[in-house]
Ligand binder design. Structure first.
Ligand code: ZN
Length: 86
């Protein structure tokens, strides 16, 4: 789980419910090699591992993130979106 200190938490903003649209990057999951929709921290829904990825890069290929049980899909979900000027 991503961690913050009391001091760094002041730089984190909780945004409203996005389930009804407007920011699809929060609601979708992304597979192996997909294009990263927004810079930030992503969590694998299959194993809980976390990665940081930059917008427009690719998510890790099959040989960089694998599950022991290969029937468990690798799906990346945005958990912390970074604020960048680009
Ligand atoms: Zn995983």
């Amino acid at each position: 789980m991503a961690q913050v200190t009391p001091e760094s938490a002041m730089h984190i903003t909780k945004v409203g419910n996005t389930l009804l649209g407007g920011a699809p990057e929060w609601n979708n999951v992304y597979g192996i090699g997909a294009t990263v929709p927004a810079s930030g921290i992503y969590r694998c829904t299959g194993c809980g591992d976390e990665i940081t990825s930059n917008k427009d890069d690719k998510f890790p290929p099959q040989n960089r993130h694998q599950h022991v049980n290969q029937t468990v899909p690798v799906q990346w979900q945005l958990i912390v979106k970074t604020q960048t000027k680009a």
